[in-house]
Design a binder for this molecule. Structure first.
Ligand code: GLP
Length: 241
């Protein structure tokens, strides 16, 4: 595991974007596993800037996102499809037909998850998976207690996640209670994993993830067992390391 200590959020974003750029340059037709949340936004902005300067070409890249709220349409401004379009895809030359997000409108959870597992397999596997980190150690929407061997599945969001995400919705009642998420097994099958972490409020969980026991109680702790993980975190997040 490599840990890069960034000065601040901007530095973290630039370092993470450099790693993603390297992947796209080394393998122009790579499959990127992408993430939502506030942490990767700066990384996406940096990638857009470099694309606009002519330094990056996404025309052959495919992408597979971690998760989506069940019940939200792609047009809903809180859906993760909408997030990806507005924060990245609309601003680069990626072919949108090769960008995948679980189908939040598929009411049949089994079908939505099977379809998504099929998409991941058919892509030939994820070359580089970008991850943020939830305050309770969740990755994607794999909440504490989730079995490590699961693939894409439907989850009931925990109170702490609903609480953390309600800032994006008009009221807490509007936060969907369920989501489709890649499982830990899908994530661990990625060839490389890049985790971005920012802020003092993540310091305690980051310490548990990196130094604590590997346990489903801290889903991201499983990353200790992956053979190619890079953590890019700012000083505030690394305050206890
Ligand atoms: C959400 C997402 C995760 C993300 C996490 C942290 O619940 N499903 O993929 O990593 O929140 O978000 P943030 O980066 O805003 O702290």
């Amino acid at each position: 595991m490599i840990i890069y200590r960034a000065k601040d959020y901007q530095d973290m974003s630039r370092k993470a974007a450099n790693i993603i750029s390297a992947q796209v340059i080394m393998k122009p037709n790579c499959t990127l596993g992408l993430a939502t949340g506030s942490t990767p936004v700066g990384t996406y902005q940096q990638l857009i800037e470099w694309y606009k300067k002519g330094d990056l070409d996404f025309s052959q890249v495919s992408s597979i996102n971690l998760d989506e709220y069940k019940g939200l349409s792609p047009e809903n401004d809180q859906s993760y499809r909408y997030f990806m379009n507005t924060n990245l895809f609309n601003h680069i030359n990626i072919d949108k037909t090769r960008t995948f997000v679980p189908n939040g409108l598929e009411a049949d959870s089994q079908k939505a998850c099977n379809d998504y597992n099929h998409i991941i397999t058919a892509s030939g596997g994820i070359d580089l998976q970008l991850l943020g980190l939830g305050h309770n150690g969740h990755i994607g929407f794999n909440e504490p207690g989730e079995a490590f061997e699961r693939e894409t599945h439907c989850v009931d969001l925990t109170e702490s996640t609903i609480e953390a995400n309600k800032r994006f919705f008009e009221s807490e009642e509007d936060v969907p209670r369920q989501a489709y998420t890649m499982g830990i097994k899908n994530i661990m099958q990625a060839r490389k994993i890049l985790v971005v972490v920012s802020g003092a409020d993540k310091a305690e969980i980051l310490e548990k993830v990196l130094k604590g026991p590997i346990t489903p109680a801290v889903p991201a702790s499983i990353l200790q067992l992956h053979n190619d993980v890079t953590i890019v975190a700012d000083e505030a997040a690394l305050g206890r390391i």
